[in-house]
Design a protein around this ligand. Sequence first.
Ligand code: 13P
Length: 341
Amino acid sequence: MNLAELNKVARAMVTPGKGILAADESSGTIKKRFDAISVECTEDNRRDYRELMFRTHEAMSKYISGVILYDETIWQKAKDGTPLVDVIKKAGSIPGIKVDEGTKPLPNCPGELITAGLDKLADRLVKYYEQGARFAKWRAVIDIAPGIPSYAAIHTNAHALARYAALCQAAQIVPIVEPEVLMDGDHDIDRCYEVTEFVLKETFQQLYYQKVSLEGIVLKPNMAVSGKKSAKKASVQEVAEKTVKLLKNCVPGAVPGIAFLSGGQSDEEATAHLDAMNKIGGLPWNLTFSYGRALQAAPQKAWSGKGENVASAQRAFLHRAHMNGLASMGQWKSDLEKKAA
Ligand code: 13P
């Protein structure tokens, strides 16, 4: 393992002004997204849609440090025959790959999940590296509901994340470590804080046991937010302050950067939260985005599967990438959204 090289890639992924495009929706998830805009979920449509983002040169070269791809996409060619990986690299962005194989029910833990994909991961990583991937992603899912999460679910998922991270580093690939505490419930922000704190503490303990070098990872956590069905919605400032306090208590300063997931927040909320945290400042790590929905909802809607909408979809993607790029430096203003509308 060349740690200096891993650290260089990790730092590039969280360069101030830039963040990560999570375009790694599994076949089932991208079908859901396409259903919502009445687009048939064919291989060509998935390629055309993702290609339109990767070819938004201004967005990719200025604001997108890396792209998380799904297995299908990393092997795909653009319409003109250029490998999509080369389109991404030409724009100055780093290709990455989702390597987990989704979730399965965790035995003896009703309602809880464990992420699958460790078997044969070492062999798959070698092939992904050859194909150009320099970082990977593995998502663990922790749900909050009455009686859960259990320690068994937190521990087992943290252990799997650490095993994955160690395998990635051995293959010279930077692991994005993503323990996602879902925001689906009716819990308040303090319950989210408490569960996320436990999850992050356990995750870093397991990373330590597996001898993972923290200088060569990127953490992808949820923010401390109220559940979607909570009666009391925390303000932008409260989310920012509590998330910063939470991270300072859990994440060692050796970690180069933290790239948040959007997790179901609206586009503008995800930007405002990131911006407010960076306005607090004085943090040991760079804070940026690794958004899926909060970067893609607008371009998806603008595109709606029609060739004649590609330019307006690209403008929508550029706008969200730009806004989040500013937020990664604490330089976003809400008027910038109105001006674009
Ligand atoms: P969202 O930003 O839509 O949560 O997706 C990010 C991601 O990669 C989840 O694993």
